[in-house]
Design a protein around this ligand. Structure first.
Ligand SMILES: C[S@@+](CC[C@H](N)C(=O)[O-])C[C@H]1O[C@@H](n2cnc3c(N)ncnc32)[C@H](O)[C@@H]1O
Length: 198
């Protein structure tokens, strides 16, 4: 409900009253509270990750920051094609465990050795990948333990570079030997989460 009225990551502030359907209590929710609430919900899907991690399409480091602060990781590679990311990640790159790689996802195979990565995490990135076959083949070759992928699917969105539905994405991982759990996220607009393990 909140997402339809206001986006929790809006840069403008907002404050609204929401009635709890269970207890009937009226709650005041502002932008900061909404952002914290949704961040924690997202992060809860990115627990128990360890070793060497690739944050694919890392942007400003939303997932990388959480990985470094809350998971027993030895190295986090943030990969993004965006030039502006280097500035946004300047504080993180001071952390010896983090490295930013400015590259397109299509170059993954040239950047890492086989089975070099323990985990791949991504949020809101898969729909921007055009050559999905190459992506599935590359990550299957490079990632050792698990993939945690959160995203949205809107069939009429012009922003999407591929139109694989979450069920089809899960199928592609399964075909390549991954054990996959797919969950649709009713609190994340048109959202889904895929957990793929070996
Ligand atoms: C919606 S943002 C998500 C950023 C971050 N994952 C987060 O959770 O805040 C999508 C990111 O994917 C990156 N991206 C999109 N297509 C890409 C590609 N083909 N190769 C590398 N990065 C890509 C964009 O530059 C952008 O930073």
């Amino acid at each position: 409900m909140l997402q339809k009225k206001h986006h929790p990551w809006d840069e403008t502030t907002f404050r609204l009253k929401i009635n709890c359907p269970q207890c009937g209590c009226e709650n005041d929710v502002d932008q900061k509270a909404a952002e914290d609430y949704y961040n924690q919900r997202i992060y809860s899907y990115f627990q128990t990750i360890h070793g060497t991690v690739l944050d694919l399409g890392c942007g400003g480091g939303f997932l990388s920051r959480f990985m470094l602060a809350n998971n027993p990781v030895t190295k986090v590679y943030g990969l993004d094609r965006g030039e502006e990311c280097a500035n946004e990640l300047a504080d993180l790159t001071k952390n010896g465990k983090f490295q930013f790689i400015q590259a397109d996802v299509s170059h993954l195979n040239n950047l890492f050795a086989e089975r070099r990565l323990d985990f791949l995490v991504s949020r809101d990135v898969f729909m921007f990948i055009s050559n999905t076959d190459r992506y599935f083949n590359d990550v299957t070759k490079l990632v050792n333990c698990g993939i945690r992928q959160m995203g949205w699917f809107m069939k009429d969105s012009r922003r999407m570079k591929n139109h694989l539905r979450p069920e089809q994405i899960a199928h592609e991982y399964r075909q390549r030997g991954w054990t996959v759990h797919l969950e649709s996220l009713d609190w994340y607009k048109s959202g889904y989460f895929i957990r793929a393990d070996r």
